[in-house]
Design a protein. Structure first.
Length: 158
């Protein structure tokens, strides 16, 4: 399916990433019944222990409303807790519970196994090239100037 986009990198990368992601969603979404936003929330909280809604939204979710929405089901299940921070009721601190950490760890183990199965179907050289390529695209994308400023720089130096 992705071969149709092989000449346009952004579409090819998106298509390949989507296929890989679908394989992982089949594990955490279907087998362990975590919607994507809940999975991301628990993933961030598992190591940090607790984070406020502002930090959570900066790391993965677009806004505090979505953090609150993503947190409601795991909180009902006893996987996370929250407390209101200061006078602004919208700013909350979320923490993973022991039950949440245990359930997430089991699901994460299954996801990691599936991801490794997919990656191990590639040669070691291809896995290395993929990791390097992703790192370089991330580096270039996070530090890249806007096209108009690059054009201005080229005109000044040329």
């Amino acid at each position: 399916m992705c071969h149709a986009y092989r000449d346009l990198f952004p579409l090819s990368a998106s298509c390949g990433g989507r296929g890989f992601s679908r394989q992982l969603v089949a594990v955490y979404g279907h087998k362990h019944v975590f919607p994507r936003e809940e999975w991301r929330l628990l993933f961030l909280l598992k190591d940090a222990g607790s984070l406020d809604s502002r930090r959570l939204s900066q790391r993965t979710l677009p806004d505090k409303v979505q953090v609150s929405r993503a947190a409601s089901r795991p909180e009902e299940k006893g996987l996370i807790t929250h407390s209101v921070l200061g006078p602004e009721r919208r700013l909350r601190n979320y923490a993973i519970t022991d039950a949440g950490r245990d359930l997430f760890s089991r699901a994460f183990g299954a996801v990691e196994t599936r991801a490794n199965q997919i990656l191990n179907a590639m040669s070691a050289a291809d896995r290395g090239a993929l990791a390097q390529g992703i790192a370089e695209v991330d580096r270039a994308g996070s530090g890249a100037a806007s096209p108009s400023s690059r054009l201005g720089q080229m005109q000044q130096t040329g």
